[in-house]
Ligand binder design. Structure first.
Ligand SMILES: [Zn+2]
Length: 178
């Protein structure tokens, strides 16, 4: 982020990866992506979005049980940790704003990607699979490792994302805001 993108007081704005600016107050909690003046659609993630936005509950459980965010950190794995990993992989394509001071928006951190929400979803699932592989490989149980590898051989990220999004979109009609 360049200096011009650093949010000031009052009407905060953030600089998006494409260089456009967006007022924080235009990014409300239900938003998953935005149409930008640059012509692209950018994925939007807030820290209060549950991990189940991207993966089913049973995988969220595996993640929170097996993956520790850092050696000295006993916290559960959260969306904020996930997005930190995405930013590490795609530093140029991600922007983040800390809006914890702004009580009006209902979230503390917001990320905007250069790519759309579908592409972000695929990236997230790929990174989570890698993360779980790593965690499972440290479990000293070859049977677990074998089973996991077997399942992953048959795992198609793109197909999974397609199906999961269709399902979640359907469910979201009945979802109520958190
Ligand atoms: Zn843009």
């Amino acid at each position: 982020m360049t200096e011009s993108g650093v949010p000031g007081n009052g009407g905060q704005s953030m600089e998006l990866p494409c260089g456009e600016e967006r007022s924080i107050h235009e990014l409300d909690m239900g938003l998953r992506e935005i149409d930008c003046r640059c012509g692209e659609t950018h994925a939007v993630v807030m820290d209060m979005h549950p991990l189940s936005r991207f993966v089913p509950e049973f995988l969220v459980e595996i993640l929170t049980e097996t993956v520790e965010p850092a050696e000295d950190d006993r916290e559960e794995f959260t969306t904020a940790h996930l997005m930190a990993i995405v930013m590490e992989e795609f530093p140029e394509e991600m922007a983040v704003a800390d809006v914890a001071e702004d009580g009006a928006v209902g979230y503390a951190l917001v990320w905007v990607a250069d790519f759309d929400s579908r592409r972000l979803h695929e990236i997230v699932v790929e990174l989570l699979v890698e993360l779980m592989e790593h965690a499972v490989s440290h479990a000293e149980d070859d049977a677990v490792m074998d089973q996991f590898e077997q399942e992953m051989l048959e795992f198609d990220v793109s197909e999974f994302v397609e199906q999961y999004r269709a399902q979640r979109d359907f469910e979201s009609e009945h979802d109520t805001p958190i």
